[in-house]
Design a protein around this ligand. Structure first.
Ligand SMILES: Nc1ncnc2c1ncn2[C@@H]1O[C@H](COP(=O)(O)OP(=O)(O)O)[C@@H](O)[C@H]1O
Ligand SMILES: [Mg+2]
Length: 271
């Protein structure tokens, strides 16, 4: 990448463990303002772990550096990262019975802005979001994610993103479990939120959403590492060929590197 600007978001040699099990084994990302990146990979490769660790989930042991607009944030708790402009749309949003959608969102938006959002203004923004995501207004009074369908939960994640206006949005499998109409609505929401001053990392298993949300860069994540990065054509190739060929390609490359290293060591030893 020839871009000389400072990345909006970066992580360097990020390693994440849980209960002494190393899940993410050194991940590097640089995402510039105005960009959308996709992180694709098989189930169980560690994508959600990476996303949760970037957001500051307290359960993980994290090593390495995380930079938001050049500022190291790896020591900050999740709510401070959120206040600085990070957002994570969950793969599995949790239900919070007793807390209404409207109250939850107003509290979240007020926290992000650092001041209470006046009710009238909030309602206007909320209803605009409902309209954009084709969510019925009755959802304002429902308990957060309580009894919501899979698609409704994902729309609500995107609604949060629209209202919070993050500078860096991580969307973890926001496309999974959506029928084609919901996928289009959610994609429109992602595109609506994306602009020249923010960036998005779409974590996904399938190429499908990338037909609607065009990524600038696609990364393939396998066994805790980014094994390949490329343009949108990489996602198309994955769709056609699956992930296994990359596994083999990576193994061959690693083997070649090993062979080269052995040869170099041999030469050095022979003096
Ligand atoms: N709390 C946990 N304790 C132990 N292992 C975990 C925990 N959370 C995730 N893992 C393991 O980490 C690996 C990566 O999971 P995950 O990050 O959810 O992958 P992905 O999102 O790519 O499907 C899996 O093998 C999973 O079982
Ligand atoms: Mg996941």
């Amino acid at each position: 990448m020839t871009d000389q600007r400072r990345p909006l978001f970066a992580c360097r040699n990020l390693r994440v463990a849980i209960e002494d099990k190393q899940i993410v084994k050194g991940a590097d990302l640089e995402i510039y303002a105005g960009q959308k990146h996709a992180l694709m990979g098989p189930n169980g490769s560690g994508k959600s772990t990476l996303a949760a660790a970037l957001m500051g989930h307290p359960a993980y042991q994290v090593e390495g550096e995380i930079l938001l607009e050049g500022k190291p944030i790896q020591e900050l708790p999740a709510h401070e990262r959120a206040r600085l402009g990070m957002f994570l749309g969950f793969q599995y949003p949790v239900a919070v019975p007793g807390v209404s959608v409207a109250n939850f969102l107003r509290a979240a938006v007020s926290a992000r802005r650092g001041e209470a959002v006046p009710i009238k203004e909030f309602r206007r923004e909320l209803f605009a979001g409902f309209e954009a995501l084709r969510i019925d207004r009755s959802f304002a009074g429902r308990y957060l994610n309580d009894g919501f369908s899979g698609g409704e939960k994902k729309r609500l994640e995107i609604l949060q993103m629209l209202l919070l206006k993050p500078s860096f949005a991580l969307l973890d499998e926001t496309d999974s479990g959506l029928d084609i109409d919901a996928l289009k609505v959610v994609s429109e929401g992602v595109n609506l939120a994306a602009g020249p001053h923010n960036a998005t990392l779409l974590v996904t298993h399938y190429q499908r959403i990338l037909d609607y949300v065009k990524p600038d860069v696609v990364h393939v994540f396998m066994d805790g590492r980014i094994v390949r990065s490329g343009g949108p054509e990489l996602a198309v190739e994955l769709e056609a060929r699956g992930y296994d060929w990359l596994d083999e390609a990576t193994a061959i490359e690693a083997n070649e590197t090993d062979t080269a290293a052995v040869a170099a060591a041999d030469t050095a030893a022979k003096g």
